[in-house]
Ligand binder design. Structure first.
Ligand code: PRT
Ligand code: MG
Length: 213
C-alpha cells in the first residue's frame, strides 16, 4: 500500500491518540468501540487505521503491516523494540508499573529473609530485570490479565502490574510496595517506512510532536 497505515488499540490508546491525529488533520471515520471493523478509513484517502490488541501494535509496525503505531512503554519493553524507531513520547495513557502485595504480607521482611517469592505478571522481562537489580529471588509466573487475582487465589505472593488510579488494587485489598517505572505511550515507526514514505510521514510526525508540546 502506498498510503499510511496506523496501528492503534481500542480503548484508552485510541481515545487519547484522537487529538494527536486531529492535529495532523486525520479523523477516523468510525469509532472502534461501536464499529466491529478492524480497518477504519479516515478523512484522508491515503491514511487508514488498523485496530490491534495493545500488545500486538509493535509487531504490526515491526513487520511493516502498519507504518506507524502507538504502544505503551510496558508493551515495548516486553517486545524488545526490534525494527522500530521510537521518536516520540506521546505522554498519553500514563500509569506506573508497580510491585503489589496483599495487605498484611510483610514483603520487606520476606525480602530480608531471602525468601524466594512467587510473582505473577504479564511483564516477565521488566519484572526479571527489576528483581535481579535488587537481588531479590523470584519465581515469575506468566499471566495474560487480571494479575490482581493471583495473590488472592493463592497463585502468587506478589504481582507486577500497572497502576493508574489505584482503585483496582484497593478493591482487591492489595497495596503497592515498589515503583518500577513510569509508563506512557510512545509513537512507533517502521524503520523502512520512515525512509520510503518520508514525504507523507514527516508532516504527521511533526504535527504529533507539536501537539504533544
Ligand atoms: O485490555 P486488553 O487485555 O485488551 O489489553 P491491554 O490491557 O494490554 O490494553 P489496554 O488498552 O487496557 O491498555 C493499553 C495501554 O494503556 C497499556 O499497555 C498501558 O501502557 C496503558 N495503561 C495506562 C494501562 C493503564 N493505564 C491501566 N490502568 N493499562 C492497563 N491498566 C490496568 C491495570 O493493568 C490494572 O488492571 O488498569 C488496572 C488498574 O487501574 P487503576 O486505575 O484501578 O489503578
Ligand atoms: Mg486492559
Amino acid at each position: 500500500m502506498n498510503g499510511i497505515t496506523i496501528a492503534l488499540s481500542k480503548g484508552r490508546i485510541f481515545e487519547e491518540t484522537l487529538p494527536l491525529l486531529a492535529a495532523a488533520g486525520i479523523v477516523p471515520s468510525e469509532n472502534p468501540e461501536t464499529s466491529r471493523k478492524l480497518i477504519i478509513p479516515t478523512n484522508r484517502a491515503d491514511v487508514r487505521v488498523v485496530i490491534v490488541r495493545a500488545t500486538d501494535a509493535p509487531t504490526y509496525v515491526q513487520y511493516g503491516a502498519a507504518d506507524i503505531g502507538v504502544a505503551g512503554k510496558d508493551v515495548l519493553l516486553e517486545h524488545g523494540g526490534d525494527g522500530l524507531y521510537q521518536p516520540l513520547d506521546l505522554k498519553i495513557a500514563k500509569c506506573r508499573m508497580m510491585v503489589a502485595i496483599p495487605e498484611g504480607f510483610d514483603y520487606a521482611h520476606a525480602v530480608r529473609q531471602g525468601a524466594r517469592l512467587k510473582v505473577a505478571t504479564k511483564y516477565i522481562n521488566t519484572a526479571r530485570e527489576h528483581f535481579a537489580a535488587k537481588g531479590v529471588h523470584v519465581d515469575l509466573i506468566k499471566l495474560y490479565g487480571s494479575m490482581e487475582l493471583a495473590p488472592l487465589a493463592g497463585l502468587a505472593d506478589a504481582i507486577v502490574d500497572l497502576v493508574s488510579t489505584g482503585g483496582t488494587l484497593k478493591a482487591n485489598k492489595l497495596v503497592a510496595v515498589e515503583h518500577i517505572l513510569d509508563i506512557s505511550s510512545r509513537l512507533i515507526v517502521n524503520q523502512a517506512a520512515l525512509k520510503l514514505k518520508r514525504e507523507t510521514l514527516a508532516p504527521i510526525l511533526e504535527a504529533f510532536a507539536q501537539a504533544v508540546k
